[in-house]
Design a protein around this ligand. Sequence first.
Ligand SMILES: NC(=O)c1ccc[n+]([C@@H]2O[C@H](COP(=O)([O-])OP(=O)(O)OC[C@H]3O[C@@H](n4cnc5c(N)ncnc54)[C@H](OP(=O)(O)O)[C@@H]3O)[C@@H](O)[C@H]2O)c1
Length: 249
Amino acid sequence: MQTVLITGCSSGFGLEIARGFLAHDWQVIATMRTPRTDVLPASERLRVLALDVTRPESIRAAVEAAGPIDVLVNNAGFGSAAAAELMPIEAMRELFETNTFGTIAVTQAVLPQFRQRKAGVVVNVTSSVTLKPLPLIAAYRASKAAVNAFTESMALELEPFGVRVRLVLPGRSPDTRFAENAREHMYGLDHEAYADLVKNVFARFQDTSVPVTYATDVAEAVWRAATDPSCPTRIPAGADAYAWAAEAA
Ligand SMILES: NC(=O)c1ccc[n+]([C@@H]2O[C@H](COP(=O)([O-])OP(=O)(O)OC[C@H]3O[C@@H](n4cnc5c(N)ncnc54)[C@H](OP(=O)(O)O)[C@@H]3O)[C@@H](O)[C@H]2O)c1
């Protein structure tokens, strides 16, 4: 039986990705900053472990407790909104600490076993916003675009060892806790110089006529990334992400 370890399973995409692998009869190691067993269906194939991707000791303990795994899904992350000029540099570091360095650190902790076993898949969940420039998310885009660049180079290094590396790029998903969690990472949105821009951007978020992404789209894309060796390195997830990927091509 195959085993997947997923980061950020307390809500949203991570929770749905975990559900998906359980439904496919895999062993699932669902990791969360604050472990809870009540959010996922009870199963002998499910283990919930504590993992904060910004803490090296937490990463070491979780990877050791997990034992051998076949697939790593780096999903943990958060959003932020601010004009580039107005986001405190410390807040940017915090964003990169989770979205970028957290992803890299968990990957580094798992790669030795994949390389030695000459097998394994790393799936990094980034974002379709990396496909086109949008205002007020410069730092968030950069934190995810850095993961894209890192992942694509790493894929070339690991190919000779039979280790696959994939990117899943979800579109905007209003159903997860993403927007709520991003609220405490917003800076300077009341600054008069950016008032019109802020109004326009947030009005677009209220538009319910545009296509969006569902957590199930992301779970399906991650499943494909993990199990289909013929799939491309970048996999959009969700109707809006597909449209943006087609525009960018
Ligand atoms: N929703 C969207 O529109 C969207 C679009 C494109 C990409 N994404 C990306 O998709 C991923 C999942 O987002 P989501 O929409 O499912 O949002 P979500 O519901 O807020 O889930 C984010 C998850 O990441 C976890 N997390 C945050 N910081 C962490 C840390 N330091 N260590 C471990 N876990 C941490 C959160 O755990 P806690 O409960 O402990 O905070 C939560 O489980 C993120 O990487 C996000 O950037 C989201």
